[in-house]
Design a binder for this molecule. Structure first.
Ligand code: FE2
Length: 359
């Protein structure tokens, strides 16, 4: 476009047509009369065209070949092309349109008709461009809003999870650390192709974030049991063992308002099965082996590791090497042996998370 005027390439091997066309268009447009398609491509190296008027019947490269070349190139495919045709066969026009021309004008053309057609097509291009810009803006807006909603969701759930943690008297950082351990395990699994079928379709961001709700069911457990300084009696432990099922119930309640949400699906499986054990001796259902959801098997490692390295009223914090050894000892009894193989590879990173997040 030059000085606000649109640029039109008029391509025709007939000099009379070029001269007539230029006279018709030059008042409103910057016009390049061009005698062949080859020269048109040369000129287009330096000139940005808004629209091309293209003769079909030309020696060497004809209009069909020229439009194929234009449409094959990312830089030129969106430039509207109007065919100029002296022929009266419907097939020629149809072929031109099917190759991507937006219109055709039969020669000899009348000035008002040609000008009106050009104006209409340039308007349409402008409208398409505005629509595309609007859609792009809309996409950005949706992305931005999604990020905001995710951040809010994480913040609210983080607060809920922290409230549970504070009631529990568990030292700070448990939730943040268990998320960190989980991330290490699933990333290593993904890299090494461990349980890749089972993880197919998982959203790892959701999975890791959902871990913060693993103990949300403790909200339904009495303070007297949660805060008891010392080991629980058998009866008290039976009450404590209800927290996975209470957690699942609470998450299922949220699911009523947000059905089929991956975050909540992961969260429910983690909350419900993180105390199951590989050999079937865990709770609440005594599930065994791979009947235990993979999320729960993973969370069990993260949860127990963190309990081991943390101080409790009834125990000292274990060193990270001791915790590693205890977890490894549980392979095949408490934990899934395939996951312990993964844990072994990232145990040093577990220790780093433990050091980094300690309050
Ligand atoms: Fe728990």
């Amino acid at each position: 476009m030059v000085n606000g005027r649109k640029t039109i390439l008029l391509v025709d091997d007939n000099e009379t047509n070029l001269a007539a066309g230029k006279t018709m268009l030059k008042e409103q447009y910057k016009v390049y009369p061009i005698p062949s398609a080859e020269i048109m491509f040369d000129i287009m190296e330096n000139v940005e065209a808004d629209l091309i008027l293209l003769d079909i019947d030309m020696p060497d490269m004809n209009g069909y070949e020229a439009i194929r070349k234009l449409k094959a190139d990312d830089h030129t495919r969106d430039i509207p092309v109007i065919f100029l045709t002296a022929m009266n066969g419907e097939g020629d026009e149809l072929e031109g349109l099917s190759l991507g021309a937006i219109d055709y004008v039969t020669k000899p053309f009348s000035a008002p008709l040609l000008l009106k057609r050009i104006e209409n097509h340039l308007d349409a291009v402008l409208q398409r461009r505005e629509l595309r810009d609007f859609n792009e803006h809309l996409e950005d807006l949706v992305k931005e809003k999604t990020i905001q909603i995710m951040a809010l969701q994480n913040a609210v759930l983080g607060t809920v999870a922290n409230l549970v943690e504070f009631r529990d008297g568990v030292t700070g950082g448990h939730i943040e650390r268990t998320e960190g351990y989980l991330e290490l395990l699933v990333q290593k699994m993904r890299d090494d192709g461990v349980y890749s079928n089972e993880m197919d379709g998982w959203d790892l961001d959701y999975l890791i974030a959902s871990a913060k709700l693993h103990d949300v069911g403790k909200i339904g457990i009495s303070d007297l049991i949660l805060n008891k300084p010392g080991k629980l009696t058998e009866e008290e432990f039976e009450v404590m063992k209800q927290h996975p099922e209470i957690g699942v119930k609470a998450i299922k309640e949220i699911e009523k308002d947000a059905p089929d949400h991956k975050f909540l699906q992961h969260a429910a499986r983690i909350a419900g099965s993180h105390h199951e054990k590989w050999d079937g001796s865990g709770y609440p259902y005594g599930l065994k082996g791979d009947d235990i959801p993979l999320e729960g098997r993973l969370m069990a490692i993260a949860d127990v590791y963190d309990a081991l390295i943390s101080a409790r009223p009834y125990k000292r914090p274990f060193k990270t090497e001791e915790a590693k050894a205890i977890i490894e000892e549980g392979s095949g009894s408490h934990f899934d042996p395939a996951l312990i193989d993964v844990f072994r590879l990232v145990a040093e990173d577990f220790a780093n998370v433990a050091r980094r997040i300690s309050y």
